[in-house]
Design a protein around this ligand. Structure first.
Ligand SMILES: [Zn+2]
Ligand SMILES: [Zn+2]
Length: 293
């Protein structure tokens, strides 16, 4: 059993290993998992790059001060736009080099468009994505993520997080990114007696505490408007849906049977059939998984 924040900041190996095992087991989501594995291999290579490490360190330099003054997000994102813009072409080249069948054609087209951009155009995309990824067109968001996530994740490694009562937001306290999934920890009442539920950042992999019975998208607290759905009695993963905003978040319950090997950011991609089901019920997902474009 993996303890702690499975596949959290800096644990790219854990995510890649899980993706490879799911592929070897013959997952129904083979193509998206193969794309995710390619992205993770690129992220692994970038995480030891000097430019990435230096920019990440600058971006994390004021976390403690920002925490003391309740200044969120805690990272200094404006330091990253230039280096992220410079990295965009590298990211496209690295993924497309694996062969055109790895990257779906619409994404590859968008990647080639990015490669042809001026520095100013790349800088603008970087700034918007850092500020609010939901404002970026999905195909360009994919490439911004491939290029930008290594900076944010490297900055998140070892960064101090707010205590559970100081941050109850649905966005990442460190980088301001959106939650990709939600997780119920294997043991309740752990660290500082906080809520056993966490949200997991789609771009820096940080886990932060979030109340159990609240919609992570709109803050709805009325249980009459919140419902959970599981597939065929498999309680380890569920769709937490909200009638008020018609949104949903996928939640992994690590106390349930079959949870031992789960790495939430990866198993999210492997459980795409639940997203199809939720979408058929008219629920919308705010953050599609990296490979769900
Ligand atoms: Zn984050
Ligand atoms: Zn809601």
């Amino acid at each position: 059993v993996i303890r702690g924040h499975r596949g959290g900041p800096g644990k790219i190996d854990a995510r890649l290993g899980r993706a490879e095992r799911l592929l070897a087991e013959g997952s129904v989501a083979a193509a998206p998992l193969a794309l995710l594995a390619a992205v993770l291999r690129h992220h692994q290579a970038r995480s030891s790059d000097d430019v990435v490490r230096a920019a990440a360190a600058r971006s994390a330099s004021k976390v403690d001060g920002n925490l003391a003054t309740d200044h969120f997000p805690l990272l200094e994102l404006e330091h990253l736009a230039g280096v992220l813009a410079d990295s965009m072409g590298v990211a496209v080249a690295a993924l497309i080099a694996h062969g055109s069948d790895m990257v779906p054609e619409p994404l590859a087209d968008a990647g080639r468009e990015v490669q042809g951009w001026s520095a100013a155009e790349a800088q603008e995309l970087a700034e918007v994505w850092l500020d609010d990824p939901s404002l970026v067109e999905p195909r360009l968001r994919f490439w911004a993520h491939v290029a930008g996530a290594p900076f944010l994740e490297a900055a998140a490694v070892g960064a101090r997080l707010p205590p559970p009562d100081a941050w109850r937001g649905g966005a990442c306290p460190l980088c301001g990114g959106q939650a990709q999934v939600s997780v119920i920890a294997e043991e309740s009442g752990e660290f500082m007696g906080g809520s056993p539920r966490s949200l997991v950042c789609a771009r820096c992999a940080t886990w932060w505490n979030f109340p159990r019975a609240v919609c992570a998208l709109c803050g709805e607290e009325d249980p009459r408007h919140l419902a959970s759905y599981v597939a065929e009695g498999r309680r380890v993963v569920r769709v937490d849906a909200c009638e008020t905003c018609r949104g949903y978040v996928k939640t992994f319950d690590l106390r349930e049977e079959g949870a031992a090997p789960i790495v939430p950011l990866v198993d999210d991609v492997a459980t795409l059939t639940m997203d199809l089901w939720a979408s058929e019920q008219g629920f919308e997902r705010a953050v599609v998984s990296i490979a769900g474009v």
